[in-house]
Design a protein around this ligand. Sequence first.
Ligand SMILES: Nc1ncnc2c1ncn2[C@@H]1O[C@H](COP(=O)(O)OP(=O)(O)OP(=O)(O)O)[C@@H](O)[C@H]1O
Ligand SMILES: [Mg+2]
Length: 365
Amino acid sequence: MRKGIVVDVQAAAAAVSTSLRRAEQQSGFKAMRVFLGVTGAHIGSTNTHAVVAVRDPSNVISPDDVARVIDVARVIQLPADQEILHVIPHHYIVDGTEGIQDPVGMLGRRLEIEATIITGSTTPIHNLVRCIESVDVEADGIVLAPLAAGRAVLSSAERELGSLVIDLGGGTTDGAIFRDGRIVHSSVLPVGGYQINNDLAYGLRTSLAVAEEVKIRYGSTLDTARRGERIQIPAYGREEAQDLERYTVAEIVDARLAETFELLHADIARAGFDATYSAGVVLTGGGALITGVSELASEIFQAPSRVGAPDNLIGLADAIRSPSFAASVGLLEWGRDQLVPAGRLEASSSRSFDGLRAWFRNFLP
Ligand SMILES: Nc1ncnc2c1ncn2[C@@H]1O[C@H](COP(=O)(O)OP(=O)(O)OP(=O)(O)O)[C@@H](O)[C@H]1O
Ligand SMILES: [Mg+2]
Protein backbone atom coordinates (compact mmCIF):
# COMPACT_ATOMS: atom_id res chain seq x y z
CA MET A 1 0.00 0.00 0.00
CA ARG A 2 1.18 3.53 -0.65
CA LYS A 3 -0.78 6.59 0.48
CA GLY A 4 -3.84 4.42 1.02
CA ILE A 5 -3.66 2.88 -2.47
CA VAL A 6 -2.82 -0.72 -3.37
CA VAL A 7 0.34 -0.59 -5.46
CA ASP A 8 1.05 -4.34 -5.43
CA VAL A 9 -2.04 -6.54 -5.36
CA GLN A 10 -0.15 -9.77 -4.64
CA ALA A 11 1.87 -8.35 -1.76
CA ALA A 12 -1.17 -6.63 -0.25
CA ALA A 13 -3.24 -9.81 -0.58
CA ALA A 14 -0.46 -11.78 1.15
CA ALA A 15 -0.44 -9.25 4.02
CA VAL A 16 -4.24 -9.44 4.33
CA SER A 17 -4.05 -13.21 4.30
CA THR A 18 -1.43 -13.31 7.08
CA SER A 19 -3.25 -10.93 9.39
CA LEU A 20 -6.60 -12.58 8.72
CA ARG A 21 -5.14 -15.99 9.56
CA ARG A 22 -3.65 -14.62 12.80
CA ALA A 23 -6.89 -12.94 13.80
CA GLU A 24 -8.76 -16.19 13.13
CA GLN A 25 -6.30 -18.22 15.17
CA GLN A 26 -6.43 -15.83 18.13
CA SER A 27 -10.21 -15.48 18.14
CA GLY A 28 -11.16 -19.03 17.22
CA PHE A 29 -13.63 -17.75 14.61
CA LYS A 30 -13.47 -17.89 10.83
CA ALA A 31 -14.19 -14.66 8.96
CA MET A 32 -16.59 -15.19 6.08
CA ARG A 33 -17.49 -11.66 5.15
CA VAL A 34 -15.58 -8.45 5.28
CA PHE A 35 -16.34 -4.79 5.75
CA LEU A 36 -13.66 -2.91 3.96
CA GLY A 37 -12.38 0.52 5.01
CA VAL A 38 -11.20 2.75 2.17
CA THR A 39 -9.18 5.92 2.22
CA GLY A 40 -6.82 7.77 -0.13
CA ALA A 41 -6.58 11.11 -1.88
CA HIS A 42 -9.17 9.92 -4.43
CA ILE A 43 -11.94 10.26 -1.82
CA GLY A 44 -14.16 13.28 -2.28
CA SER A 45 -17.30 14.62 -0.64
CA THR A 46 -19.90 16.95 -2.03
CA ASN A 47 -23.22 18.28 -0.82
CA THR A 48 -26.34 17.69 -2.81
CA HIS A 49 -30.00 18.55 -2.90
CA ALA A 50 -32.86 16.61 -4.52
CA VAL A 51 -36.62 16.89 -4.79
CA VAL A 52 -39.52 14.53 -5.66
CA ALA A 53 -43.31 14.81 -5.71
CA VAL A 54 -45.06 12.67 -3.08
CA ARG A 55 -46.88 9.79 -4.87
CA ASP A 56 -49.77 9.04 -2.55
CA PRO A 57 -52.95 10.90 -3.64
CA SER A 58 -53.72 11.71 0.02
CA ASN A 59 -50.17 13.11 0.39
CA VAL A 60 -48.89 10.75 3.10
CA ILE A 61 -45.11 10.38 2.68
CA SER A 62 -44.09 6.72 2.35
CA PRO A 63 -40.71 4.92 2.71
CA ASP A 64 -40.84 4.61 -1.08
CA ASP A 65 -40.88 8.42 -1.46
CA VAL A 66 -37.83 8.62 0.81
CA ALA A 67 -36.03 5.92 -1.20
CA ARG A 68 -36.85 7.81 -4.40
CA VAL A 69 -35.56 11.16 -3.17
CA ILE A 70 -32.30 9.46 -2.05
CA ASP A 71 -32.04 7.88 -5.52
CA VAL A 72 -32.48 11.27 -7.16
CA ALA A 73 -29.79 12.69 -4.85
CA ARG A 74 -27.41 10.03 -6.17
CA VAL A 75 -27.74 11.38 -9.68
CA ILE A 76 -24.87 13.84 -9.66
CA GLN A 77 -22.29 14.69 -12.30
CA LEU A 78 -19.42 12.31 -11.62
CA PRO A 79 -16.29 11.75 -13.69
CA ALA A 80 -16.42 8.32 -15.37
CA ASP A 81 -13.88 6.78 -12.98
CA GLN A 82 -15.68 7.84 -9.77
CA GLU A 83 -18.29 5.95 -7.80
CA ILE A 84 -20.53 6.76 -4.85
CA LEU A 85 -19.56 5.19 -1.53
CA HIS A 86 -22.17 6.78 0.76
CA VAL A 87 -25.19 9.05 0.58
CA ILE A 88 -25.56 10.61 4.02
CA PRO A 89 -28.87 12.43 4.53
CA HIS A 90 -28.65 15.64 6.59
CA HIS A 91 -32.30 16.42 6.75
CA TYR A 92 -35.50 16.44 4.71
CA ILE A 93 -37.65 19.37 3.68
CA VAL A 94 -41.41 18.85 3.42
CA ASP A 95 -43.29 21.59 1.52
CA GLY A 96 -40.61 24.06 2.52
CA THR A 97 -40.34 23.09 6.21
CA GLU A 98 -36.69 22.30 6.93
CA GLY A 99 -34.90 20.17 9.49
CA ILE A 100 -37.06 17.03 9.32
CA GLN A 101 -35.20 13.86 10.32
CA ASP A 102 -37.79 11.24 9.36
CA PRO A 103 -40.55 12.36 7.00
CA VAL A 104 -42.30 8.97 6.72
CA GLY A 105 -45.99 9.31 7.69
CA MET A 106 -46.01 13.12 7.41
CA LEU A 107 -48.33 14.96 5.06
CA GLY A 108 -46.82 16.82 2.12
CA ARG A 109 -46.69 17.22 -1.64
CA ARG A 110 -43.05 18.03 -2.14
CA LEU A 111 -40.20 16.08 -0.50
CA GLU A 112 -36.65 17.42 -0.60
CA ILE A 113 -33.40 16.10 0.81
CA GLU A 114 -30.09 17.71 1.74
CA ALA A 115 -27.28 15.14 1.77
CA THR A 116 -23.53 14.62 1.61
CA ILE A 117 -22.28 12.30 -1.09
CA ILE A 118 -18.97 10.55 -0.53
CA THR A 119 -17.21 9.37 -3.66
CA GLY A 120 -14.08 7.43 -4.53
CA SER A 121 -12.21 6.34 -7.66
CA THR A 122 -13.27 3.01 -9.13
CA THR A 123 -9.79 1.59 -9.83
CA PRO A 124 -8.25 1.81 -6.34
CA ILE A 125 -11.49 0.54 -4.80
CA HIS A 126 -11.60 -2.44 -7.16
CA ASN A 127 -7.96 -3.26 -6.48
CA LEU A 128 -8.70 -3.30 -2.77
CA VAL A 129 -11.68 -5.60 -3.33
CA ARG A 130 -9.48 -7.90 -5.43
CA CYS A 131 -7.03 -8.27 -2.54
CA ILE A 132 -9.86 -9.32 -0.25
CA GLU A 133 -11.45 -11.71 -2.73
CA SER A 134 -8.15 -13.39 -3.52
CA VAL A 135 -8.02 -14.60 0.08
CA ASP A 136 -11.49 -16.14 -0.22
CA VAL A 137 -13.59 -13.78 1.83
CA GLU A 138 -16.43 -11.70 0.54
CA ALA A 139 -16.47 -7.89 0.71
CA ASP A 140 -19.91 -7.16 2.13
CA GLY A 141 -19.59 -3.44 2.39
CA ILE A 142 -17.17 -0.66 1.52
CA VAL A 143 -16.97 2.07 4.13
CA LEU A 144 -15.05 5.33 4.26
CA ALA A 145 -12.36 4.54 6.87
CA PRO A 146 -12.59 7.86 8.80
CA LEU A 147 -16.36 7.39 9.00
CA ALA A 148 -15.72 4.07 10.74
CA ALA A 149 -12.96 5.57 12.94
CA GLY A 150 -15.27 8.39 14.04
CA ARG A 151 -17.92 5.90 14.96
CA ALA A 152 -15.54 4.08 17.27
CA VAL A 153 -14.00 7.04 19.09
CA LEU A 154 -16.61 9.81 19.36
CA SER A 155 -19.13 10.10 22.15
CA SER A 156 -22.68 10.83 21.06
CA ALA A 157 -22.36 14.37 22.48
CA GLU A 158 -19.24 14.97 20.39
CA ARG A 159 -20.98 13.63 17.30
CA GLU A 160 -23.94 15.97 17.89
CA LEU A 161 -22.10 19.18 18.80
CA GLY A 162 -19.48 18.99 16.08
CA SER A 163 -16.09 17.28 16.16
CA LEU A 164 -13.14 16.82 13.88
CA VAL A 165 -11.70 13.31 13.84
CA ILE A 166 -8.13 13.11 12.55
CA ASP A 167 -6.94 9.61 11.72
CA LEU A 168 -3.14 9.66 11.54
CA GLY A 169 -2.35 6.56 9.50
CA GLY A 170 0.77 5.24 7.86
CA GLY A 171 0.09 6.46 4.33
CA THR A 172 -2.68 9.02 4.79
CA THR A 173 -4.07 11.52 7.26
CA ASP A 174 -7.86 11.54 7.19
CA GLY A 175 -9.99 14.34 8.56
CA ALA A 176 -13.71 13.84 9.10
CA ILE A 177 -16.13 16.36 10.58
CA PHE A 178 -19.17 15.02 12.43
CA ARG A 179 -22.12 17.23 13.32
CA ASP A 180 -25.75 16.68 14.24
CA GLY A 181 -24.96 12.98 14.55
CA ARG A 182 -23.47 12.39 11.11
CA ILE A 183 -20.43 13.01 8.94
CA VAL A 184 -20.65 16.33 7.09
CA HIS A 185 -17.22 16.60 5.52
CA SER A 186 -14.13 14.52 4.88
CA SER A 187 -10.68 15.30 3.53
CA VAL A 188 -7.83 12.89 2.96
CA LEU A 189 -4.19 13.96 2.73
CA PRO A 190 -1.68 11.59 1.13
CA VAL A 191 0.77 12.18 4.00
CA GLY A 192 1.16 10.05 7.13
CA GLY A 193 3.52 8.28 9.51
CA TYR A 194 5.57 7.02 6.58
CA GLN A 195 6.61 10.60 5.75
CA ILE A 196 7.78 11.14 9.33
CA ASN A 197 9.95 8.03 8.99
CA ASN A 198 11.26 9.31 5.69
CA ASP A 199 12.16 12.69 7.23
CA LEU A 200 13.87 10.99 10.18
CA ALA A 201 15.83 8.61 7.93
CA TYR A 202 17.01 11.55 5.85
CA GLY A 203 17.66 13.94 8.73
CA LEU A 204 19.42 11.41 10.97
CA ARG A 205 21.14 9.49 8.12
CA THR A 206 19.70 6.16 9.05
CA SER A 207 17.50 3.45 7.53
CA LEU A 208 13.69 3.59 7.33
CA ALA A 209 13.43 0.65 9.71
CA VAL A 210 15.55 2.42 12.35
CA ALA A 211 13.61 5.63 11.74
CA GLU A 212 10.31 3.83 12.53
CA GLU A 213 11.83 2.51 15.76
CA VAL A 214 13.24 5.92 16.73
CA LYS A 215 9.86 7.57 16.10
CA ILE A 216 8.02 5.06 18.29
CA ARG A 217 10.61 5.16 21.07
CA TYR A 218 11.69 8.80 21.13
CA GLY A 219 9.26 10.68 18.90
CA SER A 220 7.35 13.63 20.34
CA THR A 221 6.33 17.17 19.52
CA LEU A 222 8.55 20.13 20.47
CA ASP A 223 6.38 21.29 23.37
CA THR A 224 6.85 18.00 25.17
CA ALA A 225 10.56 17.60 24.36
CA ARG A 226 13.34 18.49 26.78
CA ARG A 227 16.78 19.73 25.81
CA GLY A 228 19.89 17.85 26.83
CA GLU A 229 18.88 14.18 26.67
CA ARG A 230 21.24 12.15 24.45
CA ILE A 231 20.29 9.00 22.55
CA GLN A 232 22.29 6.48 20.50
CA ILE A 233 20.97 5.12 17.22
CA PRO A 234 22.44 2.98 14.43
CA ALA A 235 23.82 5.04 11.52
CA TYR A 236 23.80 4.25 7.82
CA GLY A 237 26.86 2.26 6.69
CA ARG A 238 28.75 2.64 9.97
CA GLU A 239 29.53 0.12 12.66
CA GLU A 240 29.38 2.39 15.70
CA ALA A 241 26.14 4.00 16.84
CA GLN A 242 25.68 7.73 16.38
CA ASP A 243 25.00 9.94 19.34
CA LEU A 244 22.45 12.71 19.07
CA GLU A 245 20.17 14.92 21.12
CA ARG A 246 16.66 13.57 21.51
CA TYR A 247 15.40 17.10 20.86
CA THR A 248 16.53 16.72 17.22
CA VAL A 249 14.04 13.86 16.78
CA ALA A 250 11.28 16.06 18.18
CA GLU A 251 12.21 18.88 15.78
CA ILE A 252 11.81 16.58 12.77
CA VAL A 253 8.61 14.90 14.00
CA ASP A 254 7.04 18.21 15.04
CA ALA A 255 7.80 19.90 11.70
CA ARG A 256 6.07 17.19 9.67
CA LEU A 257 3.11 16.86 12.03
CA ALA A 258 2.58 20.63 12.19
CA GLU A 259 2.71 20.87 8.40
CA THR A 260 0.20 18.03 8.04
CA PHE A 261 -2.20 19.68 10.50
CA GLU A 262 -1.84 23.02 8.75
CA LEU A 263 -2.62 21.46 5.36
CA LEU A 264 -5.68 19.75 6.80
CA HIS A 265 -6.79 22.95 8.51
CA ALA A 266 -6.50 24.88 5.24
CA ASP A 267 -8.40 22.17 3.35
CA ILE A 268 -11.23 22.25 5.88
CA ALA A 269 -11.37 26.06 5.81
CA ARG A 270 -11.46 26.03 2.01
CA ALA A 271 -14.43 23.69 2.08
CA GLY A 272 -16.21 26.10 4.46
CA PHE A 273 -16.13 23.88 7.54
CA ASP A 274 -13.85 25.94 9.78
CA ALA A 275 -15.30 26.49 13.25
CA THR A 276 -17.89 23.72 12.80
CA TYR A 277 -16.26 21.42 15.35
CA SER A 278 -16.95 23.16 18.62
CA ALA A 279 -16.60 19.95 20.67
CA GLY A 280 -13.00 19.80 19.48
CA VAL A 281 -10.53 17.54 17.74
CA VAL A 282 -10.18 13.81 18.38
CA LEU A 283 -6.94 12.21 17.18
CA THR A 284 -6.74 8.56 16.31
CA GLY A 285 -4.78 6.07 14.17
CA GLY A 286 -1.25 4.89 15.01
CA GLY A 287 0.19 8.41 14.75
CA ALA A 288 -1.99 9.55 17.67
CA LEU A 289 0.42 7.63 19.92
CA ILE A 290 3.12 10.27 19.39
CA THR A 291 3.66 12.20 22.64
CA GLY A 292 2.25 15.74 22.52
CA VAL A 293 0.24 15.31 19.34
CA SER A 294 -2.96 16.43 20.99
CA GLU A 295 -1.46 19.72 22.27
CA LEU A 296 -0.07 20.47 18.82
CA ALA A 297 -3.45 19.83 17.18
CA SER A 298 -5.12 22.04 19.76
CA GLU A 299 -2.77 24.90 18.90
CA ILE A 300 -3.20 24.62 15.14
CA PHE A 301 -6.96 23.97 15.04
CA GLN A 302 -7.64 26.45 17.87
CA ALA A 303 -9.89 23.93 19.60
CA PRO A 304 -9.77 21.48 22.49
CA SER A 305 -8.18 18.19 21.52
CA ARG A 306 -7.80 14.66 22.84
CA VAL A 307 -6.53 11.26 21.74
CA GLY A 308 -9.34 8.78 21.04
CA ALA A 309 -9.24 5.00 21.23
CA PRO A 310 -12.19 2.63 20.87
CA ASP A 311 -13.50 2.06 24.38
CA ASN A 312 -16.95 0.70 23.74
CA LEU A 313 -15.53 -2.80 24.04
CA ILE A 314 -15.75 -5.71 26.42
CA GLY A 315 -14.06 -9.04 26.97
CA LEU A 316 -10.73 -10.01 25.50
CA ALA A 317 -10.37 -6.72 23.75
CA ASP A 318 -7.48 -5.09 25.65
CA ALA A 319 -5.09 -5.31 22.74
CA ILE A 320 -7.42 -3.43 20.42
CA ARG A 321 -8.18 -0.63 22.88
CA SER A 322 -5.63 1.51 21.02
CA PRO A 323 -5.99 4.41 18.56
CA SER A 324 -4.45 2.10 15.92
CA PHE A 325 -7.62 0.00 15.91
CA ALA A 326 -10.20 2.78 15.76
CA ALA A 327 -11.15 2.21 12.12
CA SER A 328 -11.23 -1.59 12.51
CA VAL A 329 -13.49 -1.45 15.54
CA GLY A 330 -15.72 1.11 13.79
CA LEU A 331 -16.03 -1.25 10.82
CA LEU A 332 -16.98 -4.07 13.17
CA GLU A 333 -19.78 -1.91 14.62
CA TRP A 334 -20.82 -0.87 11.13
CA GLY A 335 -20.94 -4.54 10.07
CA ARG A 336 -23.02 -5.48 13.07
CA ASP A 337 -25.60 -2.83 12.17
CA GLN A 338 -25.74 -4.04 8.57
CA LEU A 339 -26.04 -7.73 9.36
CA VAL A 340 -28.30 -7.37 12.35
CA PRO A 341 -30.65 -4.39 11.99
CA ALA A 342 -31.18 -2.31 15.13
CA GLY A 343 -32.91 -4.20 17.91
CA ARG A 344 -32.85 -7.58 16.21
CA LEU A 345 -29.68 -8.69 17.92
CA GLU A 346 -31.52 -8.74 21.24
CA ALA A 347 -35.03 -9.49 19.99
CA SER A 348 -34.40 -12.32 17.57
CA SER A 349 -34.54 -15.87 18.80
CA SER A 350 -33.69 -17.40 15.44
CA ARG A 351 -30.82 -19.85 15.43
CA SER A 352 -29.00 -18.09 12.64
CA PHE A 353 -28.57 -15.05 14.87
CA ASP A 354 -27.30 -17.03 17.85
CA GLY A 355 -23.83 -17.48 16.37
CA LEU A 356 -23.56 -13.86 15.34
CA ARG A 357 -24.82 -12.67 18.69
CA ALA A 358 -22.29 -14.82 20.47
CA TRP A 359 -19.55 -13.61 18.21
CA PHE A 360 -20.25 -9.91 18.65
CA ARG A 361 -20.49 -10.44 22.42
CA ASN A 362 -16.76 -11.13 22.28
CA PHE A 363 -16.17 -7.49 21.52
CA LEU A 364 -19.16 -5.24 21.81
CA PRO A 365 -21.56 -4.66 24.67
N1 LIG B 1 3.68 4.19 19.37
C1 LIG B 1 3.72 4.85 18.20
N2 LIG B 1 4.28 6.09 18.14
C2 LIG B 1 4.33 6.75 16.98
N3 LIG B 1 3.86 6.30 15.82
C3 LIG B 1 3.27 5.09 15.82
C4 LIG B 1 3.16 4.30 16.99
N4 LIG B 1 2.55 3.15 16.67
C5 LIG B 1 2.26 3.20 15.34
N5 LIG B 1 2.71 4.37 14.83
C6 LIG B 1 2.64 4.81 13.42
O1 LIG B 1 1.31 4.81 12.99
C7 LIG B 1 1.26 4.54 11.58
C8 LIG B 1 0.25 3.45 11.32
O2 LIG B 1 -0.99 3.85 11.81
P1 LIG B 1 -2.32 3.03 11.46
O3 LIG B 1 -2.17 1.64 11.91
O4 LIG B 1 -3.45 3.83 11.98
O5 LIG B 1 -2.23 3.12 9.87
P2 LIG B 1 -3.04 2.37 8.75
O6 LIG B 1 -4.47 2.44 9.04
O7 LIG B 1 -2.43 1.02 8.54
O8 LIG B 1 -2.66 3.26 7.49
P3 LIG B 1 -3.60 4.22 6.59
O9 LIG B 1 -4.65 4.74 7.48
O10 LIG B 1 -2.67 5.27 6.08
O11 LIG B 1 -4.11 3.35 5.50
C9 LIG B 1 2.65 4.13 11.15
O12 LIG B 1 3.26 5.21 10.48
C10 LIG B 1 3.36 3.86 12.49
O13 LIG B 1 4.72 4.19 12.41
MG1 LIG C 1 -5.98 3.83 8.82
